[in-house]
Design a protein around this ligand. Structure first.
Ligand SMILES: NC(=O)c1ccc[n+]([C@@H]2O[C@H](COP(=O)([O-])OP(=O)(O)OC[C@H]3O[C@@H](n4cnc5c(N)ncnc54)[C@H](OP(=O)(O)O)[C@@H]3O)[C@@H](O)[C@H]2O)c1
Length: 167
C-alpha cells in the first residue's frame, strides 16, 4: 500500500489543513472502505473561536506551546479562518466549533471527527454539530472564502512533523 494510514493525518476546516485530500490518504480510505478520523478536528481548539494570540500554553505539559500554528503571531494572522466560521455560525445559530465539525461531517459519511475535550459543556456544544446542516451553497461559499486565505505556521513542531512523516 503506498500510504501509511497509521500516521496522524490532519483534515480540518477548509484551508486549515487539507493535506489528506492531496496526498492520497482520503482516496486510499475511499478505495479500501476505511473510515478516517481527522487529527485535531477543532484545530487543537483554535477553530472554536475561543483562542487568540493572548492564549497561553503550559510549556511543561502542553505540546501546543511548540507548534508554530499556535505562536501568537500566527494565531493573529489566521483569525480570518475563524471569522468565516463565525459568520456561518451566526447564520445557523451555532458556534464556530459546531460549524467546523459540521463541515467535516458534510464531506464524506466515513469521515468521523472525534473532538477532544475535558469539559462536559464543550462536549455538549460539540455534539450540537450533528444538528447543523450545511447546504451545498453553504459549502461552496465556505470553500470560496477559505480558498482566498493563506494559513500561517506549521501545524506541529519540526520534531513532531518528523515523527509522523520521516520522509
Ligand atoms: N493532538 C494529538 O497529538 C493527538 C494524538 C493522538 C490522537 N489524537 C486524536 O485527535 C482527536 C482530537 O484531537 P485533539 O484533542 O488533539 O484536538 P481537537 O479536538 O482539535 O481540539 C481539542 C482542544 O479543543 C478544546 N475544545 C474542544 N471543544 C471545545 C469547545 N467546544 N470550545 C472550546 N474549546 C474546545 C479542548 O479543550 P478543553 O479540554 O478545554 O475542551 C482541547 O484543547 C481525537 O480523535 C484524538 O484521539 C490527537
Amino acid at each position: 500500500m503506498p500510504y501509511s494510514l497509521s500516521r496522524p493525518s490532519s483534515l480540518n476546516t477548509p484551508s486549515f489543513c487539507r493535506d489528506p485530500e492531496h496526498n492520497g490518504v482520503l482516496a486510499a480510505c475511499e478505495e479500501l472502505g476505511i473510515g478516517f478520523v481527522p487529527w485535531a478536528p477543532l484545530g487543537e481548539g483554535y477553530l472554536t473561536g475561543k483562542m487568540d494570540q493572548n492564549t497561553k500554553f503550559d510549556t511543561k505539559t502542553d505540546f501546543r506551546a511548540t507548534f508554530p500554528r499556535m505562536f501568537p503571531e500566527n494565531m493573529a494572522a489566521n483569525m480570518p479562518v475563524v471569522d468565516i466560521l463565525r459568520t456561518v455560525a451566526t447564520a445557523k445559530n451555532a458556534t464556530p466549533a459546531q460549524v467546523a465539525l459540521a463541515w467535516l461531517l458534510a464531506q464524506k459519511p466515513w469521515i468521523v471527527p472525534i473532538p477532544g475535550t475535558r469539559r462536559v459543556d464543550h462536549l455538549t456544544e460539540n455534539l450540537g454539530a450533528l444538528d447543523i446542516k450545511l447546504t451545498r451553497g453553504d459549502l461552496l461559499a465556505m470553500e470560496e472564502a477559505f480558498s482566498k486565505l493563506k494559513v500561517h505556521g506549521e501545524r506541529m513542531s519540526d520534531m513532531h512533523m518528523r515523527q509522523i512523516d520521516p520522509n
